[in-house]
Write a protein that binds this ligand. Sequence first.
Ligand SMILES: NC(=O)c1ccc[n+]([C@@H]2O[C@H](COP(=O)([O-])OP(=O)(O)OC[C@H]3O[C@@H](n4cnc5c(N)ncnc54)[C@H](O)[C@@H]3O)[C@@H](O)[C@H]2O)c1
Length: 286
Amino acid sequence: MHHKVTVIGAGTMGSGIAQIAAEAGFDVTVVDTDQKFIDRGIGGIGKFLERKAAKGTISKEQMDQSFSRLKGTTDMKAGVEGAVMVVEAVFEKLEIKKDVFMKLDSLCPAEVILASNTSTLSITEIASVTKNPGRVIGTHYFSPVPLMKLVEVIRGGKTTDAVAEKTVGLCKQFGKTPIVVQDIPGFIVNRFLCLLYNEAANMINNGAASAEAIDQAMKLGCNWPMGPNEIMDLAGVDVCYFAIDAMYQMTGHEGYKPSPLFKKMLDQNLLGRKTGRGFYGYEKKA
Ligand SMILES: NC(=O)c1ccc[n+]([C@@H]2O[C@H](COP(=O)([O-])OP(=O)(O)OC[C@H]3O[C@@H](n4cnc5c(N)ncnc54)[C@H](O)[C@@H]3O)[C@@H](O)[C@H]2O)c1
C-alpha cells in the first residue's frame, strides 16, 4: 500500500516538499487556494524532474512514476483524506497558519501528524489552536528542497515522543537528514545565519570591509560555497532583513538589531538578484 502525504501550499517550499515525497514513493496531494497555484507548483515539479531525467540522474520511467503520484486540489477536506502526514507550507503569517491548523485539526483523525514548515514562528503557538497539540510538529526544510539535505524537526511544547520519532522516520524516507531542535527563535540555522548576515551588513555599512572581501574571506577561510552577501542576494535582501528583524523582536539580542544598511538597500530596491542589484549587480548584459 502506498502511504499518502498532503502538502498545504503549492509555492516554492510546498512544491519542493511534494516533489521529494513523490520521489520517495508516497502518493502526494497538494492543496492551495486556487487551481492556478497548484498548476504552477506541479508544473514546476514536472520541469525539475525532466531536468533530472535529461541529466540521467533518474530514468524516464522514474520521472513518470514520481509525477503520476502527484495530485492537486483546492478542497482541503478531500485533499487530506487518507494522509499519514500533512505538511503546511503557506505564507509566513501566524494568523493564516493558525487558521489552517484549526481546519486540519478538525479534518484529520488524531493519528495524523500535522507539520509546519515555518522558518520563524513558534510551533507551540501554532499548536495552541488545536485540540490535539501532541501531533503538531515543525519540519523546517531548506530551499531548494530537492537539493538541500537538512530538515530541522522542531518539537513544540506538547509534541509527543511518538510523533517526533515518526516525523524523523518520514523525513529520512524523503531522503533528508533530520536534526531535532527545540522550539526557540530561529531554531539552529537561522539563529546563526541572521547574526552573520547582520554582521556582514554592519561591516559594510561602517566601512570595515567590502562585500567582496567578506565573501572571499568566508569562502577561502571557512570553505563556505558562497559568501554571506552572495547568499543574501540570492535569498532576497528584504527576506533576510525581515528574518533578522523578527529575530531581534523575539530575542532582544543586540546582534540581531538590523543593520542600518538594510533600510538603505530596501529604500533603493536593492533586493538582490530578483531586482537586478543587491550587494552585487546582476543587470542583464545586452
Ligand atoms: N522560501 C524559502 O526559502 C523558505 C525556506 C524555509 C521555510 N520557508 C517557509 O515555508 C513557508 C512557505 O514559503 P514559500 O517560500 O513556499 O511561500 P510561497 O509564497 O512561494 O508559497 C505559499 C503558497 O501557500 C499558498 N497559500 C496561502 N494561504 C493558503 C491557505 N490558507 N491554504 C492553502 N494554500 C495557501 C499560496 O497560494 C502559495 O502558493 C513559509 O512559512 C516560509 O517561511 C520558506
